[in-house]
Unconditional design. Structure first.
Length: 287
């Protein structure tokens, strides 16, 4: 999705769009940091930003850090030459030299943190993951976009990109017949979370065996091709709003001290959202 389409969702709001310079509109490779006049302009991205600068609800800012203060002058010259549509008063160039050589990412994050919030949507485009990460740490409300949003149609919000990538990897695991059980958020694996959930479920069922049941057969096992147990059985609770069932591995069978039925309950088409409502209905004590 190109940036212009992406911004459409905020068309009723004011947008402050902060654009990093090096690697986003000026080529990193050509010219050293102290040699700014040799930096090549990335014309495609500049053209797209120029278009966006004409959108009435968008205020466009240059948001750049420079190692030495001499960079101010060089960057201004470069912008005047290649991207003059960035208004002079909207060119934020932070000098590391004037800030005890603090990291660019920290300076950028702190600068954005100190901006007065006036209801505008704040968006940052940057090519450096470290900048994006540090800005995120201090600024939960800022929309972060990787520079690719100016370049190709696969770009999305940074968070979406990461989550999509992880989801893809998990699907890939499954396609290869491997299990994502050991996928972890550092503290717990999927397997841990599922195990804990199942144990709580079993504990609840055992407490309320009067409304719970278990079976090794589905209601429509013979006619429903989706009814495949794979070493699972079905257990359920009849809540005031309807049944909620759960597949469990056979290792939980003996732990579950509830009446055993010939078959599980007939599936009434409830969704995941319905399940949550039904479970919540248990919170009101039944008579
Ligand atoms: Mg950069």
């Amino acid at each position: 999705m190109y940036l212009k389409d992406y911004l459409e969702q905020y068309k009723d709001k004011k947008i402050k769009l902060f654009v990093d310079m090096d690697g986003v509109i000026a080529d990193y490779i050509f010219g050293s940091a102290e040699d700014y006049d040799k930096k090549r302009p990335l014309y495609d991205s500049i053209k797209k930003l120029e278009e966006i600068s004409k959108m009435s609800n968008v205020e466009l800012y240059i948001f750049s850090a420079t190692r030495y203060s001499i960079g101010f002058k060089q960057k201004q010259w470069w912008l005047d030459t290649y991207a003059p549509f960035f208004k002079k008063e909207n060119r934020i160039i932070i000098s590391r030299e004037e800030n005890n050589m603090t990291d660019s990412s920290t300076l950028k994050a702190q600068y954005l943190q100190n901006i007065k919030r006036d209801g505008s949507v704040l968006i940052l485009i940057d090519d450096d993951p470290k900048n994006l990460k540090d800005v995120r740490n201090l600024n939960e409300d800022i929309v972060l976009l990787k520079d690719t949003v100016l370049v190709d149609d696969t770009a999305m919000k940074l968070q979406d990109v990461s989550v999509n990538r992880i989801n893809e990897d998990i699907l890939e695991l499954r396609r290869n017949g491997a299990s994502p059980k050991k996928v972890s958020d550092k503290y717990h694996t999927f397997e841990d979370y599922i195990d804990i959930r199942n144990l709580w479920f079993v504990a609840y069922c055992n407490e309320r065996s009067d409304i719970s049941g278990k079976s090794k057969k589905h209601y429509d096992e013979e006619t429903d091709p989706m009814s495949n147990f794979n070493d699972d059985f079905i257990a359920w609770v009849n809540t005031p709003m309807g049944t909620v069932a759960q597949h469990l591995k056979m290792k939980y069978w003996d732990l579950l001290d509830v009446p055993e039925y010939e078959r599980g309950p007939k599936y009434d088409g409830y969704t995941f959202e319905d399940s949550k409502k039904r479970i919540m209905s248990l919170f009101t004590k039944s008579k």
